[in-house]
Design a protein around this ligand. Structure first.
Ligand code: SAM
Length: 286
């Protein structure tokens, strides 16, 4: 179907995640030329613009709660006149765990050209400097808060068969790592904190060491992104059975009171067929 062609353009502009030097020349120019800037937080963007000596730009707020209504309004305005609109979030790339996708979708549906102005993004920064295999990976945004949802989410990684990248809060880091180690004791983890800022740190560690590090830094502040390589090896059922047998024997030696159910939970995500796992663990408990 032919769409009406609007003269307007929507630019999706990435802004720095900490270091102002990461704003590209092109992004600066697009912001300077924009008739209107749709910003997640107008005060935040106003201070970025003032640092760039671009004061006096027209800003409209565009955050999660008003996204539906505001995107309709913006598309209407873009259809009426030839407008250059820049979409920005507080930090990094709009639409990546940030508002924006509705405006992009509706603009495209209305025949308005959408142009990306790429730049900083917390998760790509970590992936590229983690040293973990990254020819394929899954980005899942923020991890769920509730224990059951967190366990279910972590459990689903076993089927993905690739590293997983997520945004994380320092407050929840320990409980998330505990959920991960329960299911993937062989995992490797990269933790990126305060990327591109003065206190930037990136640690790529075995899961036990990552958990020990997090426990030593209980009052961690700042922003975090995490990459987890669950390290699930492609073993045959026989090899898996043997691996689980050894793991379960060791565990039972340390904690003989563990029930059959505890063991099922502990080893349920090793890729072993449920019936075989059930029988094996039952025989060990006997
Ligand atoms: N759109 C952003 C992007 O492109 O990365 C992400 C927005 S999301 C609402 C914000 C989360 O990204 C933070 O809570 C933190 O987990 C992560 N993040 C943002 N800046 C970061 C930084 N400098 N270092 C580490 N993580 C960061």
């Amino acid at each position: 179907m032919e769409l009406p062609v609007s003269e307007s353009v929507l630019y999706v502009v990435a802004t720095p995640i900490g270091n102002l030097g990461d704003l590209s020349e092109r992004a600066k120019q697009v912001l300077a030329d924009a008739d209107l800037i749709a910003a997640e937080d107008t005060r935040h963007t106003a201070s970025l613009l003032s640092m760039l000596k671009l004061s006096g730009k027209k800003l409209v707020s565009y955050y999660d709660q008003i996204e539906e209504k505001r995107s309709d309004e913006l598309v209407k305005q873009m259809l009426v006149g030839a407008l250059q609109v820049a979409l920005v979030s507080d930090a990094g790339t709009p639409c990546i765990s940030d508002p924006g996708y509705r405006l992009v979708a509706k603009s495209k549906a209305a025949g308005i050209k959408v142009i990306p102005v790429p730049g900083a993004c917390a998760f790509t920064s970590l992936v590229s400097s983690s040293g973990l295999p990254c020819h394929r990976f899954a980005f899942i945004g923020f991890l769920p808060n509730k224990k059951k949802s967190l366990d279910d989410e972590v459990s689903s990684w076993g089927r993905l068969n690739m590293p997983v990248v997520c945004y994380e809060s320092p407050r929840r880091l320990i409980s998330s790592l505990e959920a991960i180690i329960r299911q993937y004791p062989e995992a490797r983890v990269a933790i990126g904190r305060e990327l591109t800022k003065i206190h930037e740190e990136i640690h790529t560690l075995a899961i036990e060491s990552a958990l020990a590090w997090a426990r030593e830094h209980k009052n961690l502040k700042g922003e975090l992104v995490m990459m987890v390589d669950p390290s699930i090896q492609q073993l045959s059922q026989e090899e898996l059975l043997e691996q689980v047998r050894r793991g379960a024997e060791d565990l039972l030696e340390q904690e003989p009171s563990l029930s059959h159910k505890d063991l099922m939970l502990r080893f349920g995500h090793h890729g072993l067929n449920k019936k075989d796992l059930y029988r094996l663990l039952l025989s060990l408990k006997k």
